[in-house]
Design a protein around this ligand. Structure first.
Ligand SMILES: Cc1ncc(COP(=O)(O)O)c(C=O)c1O
Length: 561
């Protein structure tokens, strides 16, 4: 009896220890606590600054608020004149396209968003692309820093050619599905060579490729949980997006601290982990979500890429995954073919069991690819014929996608394209350093950090208004995606002259923003004090009526009106 009690106690203590270990391996931020983050998000009330407060939420003096207002009015005038046709057509569909409705609302922090949307209508249409530029409906040629979500590695003209030549190649077959066009055989061969893996499956998006990788890992290990690292994006499927954005909690996902020994301990000790998902882009900002200007309420955004430290981390992960029979999945949907032809595996010198690709690999057409070791990729068991792992997808291996992919992969073998990868990091690091040196010399509170051609802008001085910078950049002829200054993605066909032009424009935009007073700051302002103030506003908006309008302005909340 005593022996049984003792045994039960040991098991309980062991469970408690594992639970504590798991808690310690969560990043201390809300991003590291998915459930708490979802709960917190559901409590944040809507409120917004009225016009007076909009320009002086940091208690700026009258002359600064006036300079900001004048700058805002001038910039709004430029937008209205320069982007008129583009904005008009956007207005026609703005409330009918869910994606557009969402992205236009979340370009800047919600407290400022309504007023900004009234006055700045950047427009969602472009008519053509050429070189490193896109042209909108008003004929404005803008330098493209969106990189089309990362698809555009080699320049838009390259992809136009892939799509055109690919279409010619497969035209005879047309949209026949189920059977493969012969170009698919080359694609399979090349992708397995490049990934160094044994089997492949084609999907319609990166999200689906990741979904299949995780499903297979669960099938082959017989374990339930996937591990992802705090902040990492792996598409919008529920299990890989357990926090804000997903209406359901993901029950079989552990979100652990990135680049941290405590997470290795969890991997070593738990028996329910099927796979570890790594998005190597996180090397630029471990434990932080993809940066977007909608959350830029202060200057807390930080980024810094340390190649050696991240390489050492991946090697440790590789070791523990091999020792524990956990599938190591590199999600290279973003960085694949961007860091090098062999992607993150080659760049960091670490091999994964399963690798996902997407974005650029189909020469500009939609795709997801999963490559893996045969032992993880099989969808059946020789000795248990009814125990299968099902996966389909109507449009997988679509002939036109395979055709454009064939052209893309073929181009990778040419000297011209191989040349683009030579000294790649040096090129982009030198450009980033030179730009930072110019920004520092001009005493502008803006810096860039980069992982090769993937950049982010950060702000070294505490401010409430950094999100305004995206509008100055746009007025300077730079096209950013809806996440604003959080992510700039360059294509590798940016020449030194193109880049010099972009750098000049970033500088002149920052000078304009400085001149208009947005970066005025009282001496003792800190990021922490900004966050505290915003938190107080949220509490005020939720539980107390808004204060009467004062000369300084007020917040207003529709809930409590
Ligand atoms: C690392 C990573 N994985 C998966 C995805 C999802 O790919 P898709 O948007 O094609 O579904 C993305 C998209 O940005 C990504 O960056």
């Amino acid at each position: 009896m005593y022996a049984l009690g003792g045994f039960a106690l040991v098991i309980m203590l062991r469970k408690l220890q594992m639970r504590l270990q798991l808690s310690r391996a969560k990043h201390r931020s809300l991003t590291g606590h998915s459930r708490m983050a979802r709960r917190f998000a559901s409590l944040v009330p809507f409120y917004e600054y009225d016009e007076a407060l909009f320009f002086r939420v940091d208690a700026a003096p009258d002359d600064i608020a006036a300079a900001r207002r004048a700058g805002f009015v001038r910039l709004a005038g430029i937008f209205a004149e320069r982007f008129e046709k583009t904005a008009d057509l956007t207005g026609e569909i703005a409330h009918s396209v869910s994606d557009l409705e969402f992205t236009s609302r979340y370009r800047v922090p919600f407290q400022f968003s309504g007023f900004v949307r009234q006055h700045f209508k950047p427009g969602a249409f472009v008519e053509s692309s050429s070189g490193v530029t896109v042209t909108d409906l008003d004929g404005n040629r803008l330098y493209d820093l969106t990189g089309s979500y990362g698809v555009n590695v080699f320049g838009y003209d390259f992809y136009k050619e892939c799509i055109e030549q690919g279409a010619k190649r497969v035209r005879g077959l047309g949209p026949v599905l189920g059977a493969y066009h012969p170009v698919t055989a080359y694609n399979v061969r090349r992708l397995l060579q490049i990934s160094g893996l044994e089997e492949i499956s084609f999907h319609m998006s990166g999200t689906e490729a990741v979904m299949q990788a995780v499903r297979l890992a669960r099938y082959h290990t017989g374990r339930t949980h996937l591990v992802r690292f705090c902040g990492a994006y792996h598409g919008w499927w529920g299990d890989v997006q357990p926090g804000v954005g997903n209406p359901l909690a993901a029950r079989e996902t552990y979100t652990l601290k990135d680049v941290d020994e405590v997470s290795l301990r969890v991997l070593r000790n738990r028996r329910d982990i099927a796979c570890v998902l790594v998005n190597p882009l996180q090397a630029l900002h471990p434990n932080v979500s993809a940066p977007g200007d909608s959350t830029l309420i202060d200057s807390g955004r930080k980024a810094h890429f340390d190649r050696d430290a991240y390489t050492a981390w991946l090697k440790q992960l590789r070791e523990v995954c091999s020792a524990r029979g956990i599938a190591l999945i590199f999600d290279e949907v973003f960085v694949g073919f961007r860091l090098g032809i062999g992607g993150a595996q080659e760049y960091f010198g670490v091999r994964a069991d399963l690798v996902t690709y997407g974005k650029t690999v189909a020469g500009g057409l939609p795709v997801g690819v999963l490559c893996g070791l045969a032992k993880f990729m099989r969808r059946f068991r020789e000795d248990r014929p009814a125990d299968i792992c099902f996966a389909r997808g109507t449009f997988n291996s679509h002939p036109y996608v395979m055709g454009a992919m064939y052209e893309f992969l073929g181009q990778l073998e040419t000297d011209a394209v191989r040349g683009l990868y030579r000294g790649l990091d040096e090129v982009w690091n030198t450009r980033a350093q030179a730009l930072n040196a110019r920004l520092a010399a001009a005493e502008l509170p803006v810096r860039v950090a980069n992982l090769s051609s993937i950049w982010t802008i950060y702000y070294p001085t505490p401010s409430r208004y950094n999100w305004m910078f995206q509008y100055y950049l746009r007025a300077a002829g730079l096209s950013l995606s809806w996440v604003g200054t959080g992510r700039l993605i360059f294509s590798l066909n940016y020449t030194d002259a193109d880049f010099a032009e972009v750098a000049d424009r970033i500088l002149s935009a920052a000078e304009g923003m400085q001149r208009d007073g947005w970066w005025w700051t009282e001496p003792h302002l800190t990021n922490m004090s900004i966050r505290r103030r915003v938190f107080k506003e949220m509490i005020q908006a939720r539980w107390t009526p808004p204060p009467a309008a004062s000369p300084m302005g007020s917040i207003s909340s529709p809930r409590i009106k």
